[in-house]
Design a binder for this molecule. Structure first.
Ligand code: SF4
Length: 190
């Protein structure tokens, strides 16, 4: 990575073990994509060559909870699917983090119906919320970077006095402002 060339060979580097562990954790997040709908397409785009999630060390998608440490819920979750999501969350090895990607995962989105979960954070602890319908790949990358910053600073996620995981609850802010576009359209009266 060029570090050998930048540093003289006869020096000794010292650091804290905690920093090395946090650095290796944040540089090798293995996501489990729980992609149920259109947000999953943006998730795939994020991992593809144009956006290249590999730059952040998080491109190794795993479909086994035992090999993952980052759950990305992308899309609406039906009530019938919820037990599966909960089981997957429970089976992911500690320490683990959760991203709720898109309006549907975070709030149910436009699917305000009895069959859809109105926010997965009612059932599993969510660390990062990504707004949008769908969020662009840049937003998902922002979310991954937010998790990386937390790992860098604090290491493993905190637990409450009852021993339960405390969600970090970070909301990613939109990186771009919405632009209005004038459309030359007239609506007739007859
Ligand atoms: S937030 Fe929008 S893009 Fe994402 S799953 Fe829901 S409807 Fe689809």
């Amino acid at each position: 990575m060029g570090i050998e060339a930048a540093l003289p060979t006869d020096i000794v580097l010292t650091t804290q073990l905690k920093r090395v562990v946090n650095w290796s954790r944040r540089s090798s997040l293995w996501p489990l994509p729980f992609a149920t709908a259109c947000c999953g397409i943006e998730l795939m785009a994020t991992a593809s060559s144009r956006y290249d999630l590999a730059r952040f060390g998080a491109e190794v998608m795993r479909f086994s909870p035992r090999q993952s440490d980052l759950l990305i819920v992308a899309g609406r979750v039906g009530i019938k699917m919820l037990p599966v999501l909960q089981r997957i969350y429970q089976q992911i090895t500690e320490p683990k983090w959760v991203i709720s990607m898109g309006a549907c995962a975070s709030t149910g989105g436009v699917f305000d119906t009895y069959a859809c979960v109105q926010g997965v954070d009612q059932f599993i602890p969510v660390d990062v919320y990504i707004p949008g319908c769908p969020p662009r790949p840049e937003m998902l990358i922002e979310g991954v970077m937010a998790i990386q910053r937390i790992i860098d600073e604090d290491g493993i996620p905190p637990k409450g006095p009852d021993g339960k995981r405390v969600p970090l609850g970070i909301a990613v802010q939109p990186a771009t402002a919405a632009k209005t576009t004038t459309v030359g359209l007239t609506v007739g009266t007859n």
